[in-house]
Design a protein around this ligand. Structure first.
Ligand SMILES: NC(=O)C1=CN([C@@H]2O[C@H](COP(=O)(O)OP(=O)(O)OC[C@H]3O[C@@H](n4cnc5c(N)ncnc54)[C@H](OP(=O)(O)O)[C@@H]3O)[C@@H](O)[C@H]2O)C=CC1
Ligand SMILES: C[C@H](O)[C@@H]1OC(=O)[C@H](O)[C@@H]1O
Length: 261
């Protein structure tokens, strides 16, 4: 479905971004894997090796892969990243904004700096990447696809996520508004809204057996989602099959949202 296309996935060193990157490659795309070398002191990890592993998996699928380091909240780094993708892979047809953080935190004691950091990565990062990618796509003149990984949390609240859920609602709203100026260029902008997907982002939070059991009991399809469950919907939105879909939202949650009782 994506033969001959080139994609960039942000936050693809692990989790949903990695699953989406591999899904796009399996569908025929060459894929750039964005990773972020966070301050060791703060995150205690250098995920360049993780990103290199994802590139190796993409190459094993017979496609070209490229690891590109950038903090999506840094405009200059983002523009450099997009330039590198175009230079190394020959163009850019699909952008998937997956990079995101969700450090659970109490509302009343939340420091302003945490709000700023979460918004910088989750929402400003998506804006910066989308703008840089759209500029290339417009210049290329062959249309394009921009997909934001929003969330079920765009639709409902989270008591420990008052800094986070607005960024997910904002991600969808950003896609809706971008769809307007980019439509004449054949560039579609859509959101995917995952439900409960087992990744690093919620590893600690879901170590609470009561919370895990609560969520588990609300999912009609009977299981938590996996990153691979998000890949298919993203491949659809990135493909020609979705050429008339823009400004839309696709909820991918196993039925979690609709199951009140
Ligand atoms: N898991 C879930 O249940 C759901 C997740 N989502 C969304 O899916 C997206 C991916 O989350 P998920 O895969 O679960 O989380 P993970 O924590 O597994 O992955 C997050 C990815 O984002 C990267 N990242 C973090 N900060 C930055 C940055 N400043 N610049 C570039 N990359 C960065 C991380 O790299 P590193 O940390 O190594 O720097 C990592 O590769 C997020 O936008 C999240 O909001 C939406 C709904 C549900
Ligand atoms: C981090 C959360 O567990 C995860 O991310 C989201 O967007 C939803 O809130 C999921 O529960």
């Amino acid at each position: 479905m994506l033969n001959g296309r080139t994609a960039l996935v942000t936050g693809a060193s692990r989790g949903i971004g990695r699953g989406v990157a591999l899904g796009l490659a399996a569908a025929g795309a060459d894929v750039a894997v964005n990773y972020h070398r966070p301050a060791e002191a703060e995150f205690g990890r250098d995920n360049a090796a993780d990103a290199a592993g994802v590139v190796a998996e993409i190459e094993a699928l017979g496609r070209r892969g490229l690891a590109v380091e950038a903090d999506v909240a840094d405009g200059a780094a983002v523009r450099q990243m997009v330039d590198t993708v175009v230079k190394e892979l020959g163009g850019l047809d699909v952008l998937v904004n997956s990079a995101g953080i969700c450090p659970f935190h109490d509302f009343l004691t939340m420091p302003e700096e945490l709000w700023d950091r979460v918004h910088g990565v989750n929402l400003k990062g998506a804006f910066l990447c989308s703008q840089a990618a759209a500029r290339v796509m417009v210049e290329q003149g062959r249309g394009g696809r921009i997909i934001g990984i929003s969330s079920i949390s765009a639709l409902v609240g989270g008591g420990m996520q008052t800094h986070y859920t607005p960024t997910k609602a904002g991600m969808h709203s950003l896609m809706q508004s971008m769809a307007i100026p980019l439509g004449p260029h054949g560039i579609t902008c859509n959101s995917v809204l995952p439900g409960a997907i087992a990744t690093d982002i919620n590893k600690d939070d879901w170590s609470d057996p009561d919370k895990r059991a609560y969520l588990d009991g609300r999912i009609p399809l009977g299981r938590f989602g996996e990153p691979d469950d998000i890949a298919g919907p993203v491949v659809f939105l990135a493909s020609d099959a979705a050429r008339y879909v823009t400004g839309s939202a696709l909820l991918v949650d196993g039925g979690l949202f609709v199951n009140l009782q």
